[in-house]
Write a protein that binds this ligand. Structure first.
Ligand SMILES: C[S@@+](CC[C@H](N)C(=O)[O-])C[C@H]1O[C@@H](n2cnc3c(N)ncnc32)[C@H](O)[C@@H]1O
Length: 282
């Protein structure tokens, strides 16, 4: 009962905060120095030469390939939290924000209506993941998008929403983590996938998971991002370690003596070359 009351109070407070933050975006720390991709890299001969030498696409498709690399990625996010919280938040997102966006009359210089339409990612468990095009220009010019943007920032901070590219959401879904699983996330920072693993671990709300997630990263400063994730999600079922995964020592436990994992995620660094959009700041 006490737990339920705490949830209700927390939700009522969040509702009040949400109303306030909708019109007042959270303060930004420091000057926003982010720049559109086109302004950062107009031409990069070395980059192009490198990829041409890999022969990754026929010469006649080169321009199309480069155009594709320069396309801004859509904004994608997941609704997180307990079942009761996620369904309430889903209702709010759909009734208060998406419906207003869909009813918005688009200006001539904005994106086409179809492009702005929020898309539910059908493969994500519980239908909790969404994707939409949310460019800085549109946020500035459209009140419904501006409010959604502020809402997403506030909810991300509160732990109700996690911003994550759709493609990055796939590996933890495929792993099918169960509450009893012992999970190792070898290259975990900043922790988007760790957060998903934890959410799947806590899928049964009536009992605490018997499994856990060990989230490791070689970079000490990035490990603090993992600490932030753990605090944000309020889970006691995570252990953060700071080690080179290539030489990760065996974890000694009392019974059995050496810890064996049910699931291992190894999300090694990539070039990032295919994802060079500009950010909306969310
Ligand atoms: C692609 S990022 C991981 C993103 C993360 N899985 C997520 O979803 O938020 C790669 C991470 O691997 C870490 N890393 C690189 N070499 C490593 C190593 N030898 N051992 C452990 N972590 C390593 C980097 O510090 C970086 O944080």
């Amino acid at each position: 009962m006490a737990r339920r009351n705490r949830k209700v109070n927390k939700f009522a407070q969040r509702k009040r905060d949400r109303k306030e933050q909708e019109n007042n975006p959270p303060e930004k720390t420091g000057e926003d120095t982010r720049t559109n991709y086109d302004d950062i890299i107009r031409e990069n001969a070395v980059f192009e030469q490198y990829y041409k030498e890999q022969n990754i696409c026929p010469e006649e498709e080169w321009d199309e390939f480069m155009k594709c690399l320069k396309t801004n990625l859509p904004t994608a996010f997941r609704i997180t939290g307990s079942k009761c919280e996620t369904s309430s938040l889903m209702n709010i997102v759909q009734s208060e924000y998406f419906s207003k966006i869909l009813n918005t009359k688009m200006n001539d210089d904005m994106q086409e209506e179809d492009e702005i339409k929020p898309i539910n990612l059908p493969w994500y468990p519980g239908g909790l993941a969404w994707q939409l095009r949310l460019t800085r220009m549109d946020i500035r010019r459209n009140e419904a998008l501006y409010k959604l943007h502020n809402f997403l920032i506030a909810e991300t901070k509160a732990g109700g929403v996690s911003r994550q590219e759709a493609v990055s959401m796939i590996p933890p879904v495929v792993l099918q983590v169960q509450p009893h699983h012992k999970v190792l996330d070898m290259c975990a920072a900043p922790g988007s996938k760790t957060a998903q693993l934890l959410e799947f671990l806590h899928a049964d709300e009536d009992s605490m998971p018997t499994g856990f997630v060990i989230a490791n990263d070689v970079d000490n400063s990035r490990c603090y991002m993992l600490v932030h994730q753990a605090k944000r999600l309020n889970s006691p079922s995570i252990l953060i370690t700071n080690h080179d995964s290539a030489v990760l020592p065996a974890f000694k436990v009392t019974d059995p003596q050496q810890l064996k994992f049910d699931r291992v995620l190894c999300d090694v660094p990539c070039s990032g070359d295919a994802t060079m959009p500009y950010s909306t700041g969310f």
